[in-house]
Design a binder for this molecule. Structure first.
Ligand code: ZN
Length: 270
């Protein structure tokens, strides 16, 4: 049996110096109750209603449990091992770049007891981590998608328009976000997630690079004897969708490119 969340925390706590450890041990019952509350709310998707921390008096000791120590390393390894192979190649918040840090979904400043709770520690890229900062809730609505908690909606919320310029022999892409039939409660989180992380702007800034990468791999495929670049890209898009959801940035882009009759022309422009 893998260790429980509280066991992982208490392992980290027990390696701390005696002063910090004693302060934490004295609050053991409250910390345990808060862990149970987080996990129960997580299971019922009622995290938004979690009461304020009753443990701010020992916030420094709690926050110092998150850091370079063997227990935290084991916890982070377990987080990564729990994900499907390849899933953490891209940041779960934006999907653009590689996660190089960990975000505290409930900010450690406000909820220090969850600084070393595995369900609250989410891999993130530096950009998303710093944009998210201490924000998590506004008027009762969670402001970001929780990678472990929220199912990726099946509604076609992300769209892309491909724009070709034959004179410049270049292809660009313009992304857009829409509610797409999504229930209002899911849309509220999704809309805020995209707005606060500036995802559409970031996607559009990356779009030329992403289009070119896709054209280049298609060209390599054709140069090495492949016959159907559209089918090739469509398959890439399907693999991406399996792992990251149908409306993942790359899945949407590659699917649109594969469906465009001008794809062979664009590959010829390289
Ligand atoms: Zn990110």
């Amino acid at each position: 049996m893998p260790p429980t969340h509280i066991q992982r925390f208490e392992y980290i706590r027990d390696k701390k110096n005696i002063i910090s450890r004693n302060k934490l041990v004295n609050q053991q019952a409250d910390i345990r109750a808060r862990f149970i509350d987080y996990e129960t709310r997580f299971a019922h998707n009622t995290l938004a209603g979690i009461p304020a921390s009753p443990l701010l008096a020992i916030k420094d000791e709690l926050r110092s449990c998150y850091g370079r120590n063997s227990g935290m390393k084991a916890l982070q390894d377990a987080i990564e091992a729990a994900q499907e192979d390849g899933r953490l190649v891209w940041c779960p918040y934006c999907g653009i770049t590689t996660p190089t840090s960990y975000d505290h979904y409930l900010p450690a400043s406000e909820f220090p007891e969850f600084a070393a709770h595995a369900l609250n520690i989410v891999p993130a890229c530096a950009k998303c981590n710093s944009a998210k900062d201490d924000i998590w809730l506004t008027t009762g609505v969670r402001q970001f998608i929780h990678f472990y908690l929220d199912d990726i909606p099946v509604f076609p919320y992300l769209s892309v328009q491909l724009v070709a310029d034959p004179l410049a022999q270049a292809v660009g892409a313009v992304f857009g976000l829409s509610q797409a039939g999504m229930p209002a409660s899911i849309w509220a989180v999704m809309e805020s997630h995209f707005r606060r992380l500036k995802l559409i702007e970031r996607y559009n800034r990356q779009s030329n690079t992403l289009v070119n990468q896709a054209l280049k791999v298609s060209k390599v495929y054709l140069d090495s004897g492949g016959h159907d670049a559209a089918l090739f890209l469509e398959n890439l898009a399907a693999d991406q969708a399996n792992l990251f959801g149908s409306y993942d940035l790359r899945a949407v882009l590659w699917r649109a490119m594969s469906a465009d009759p001008d794809l062979p022309v664009w590959i010829g422009w390289l």
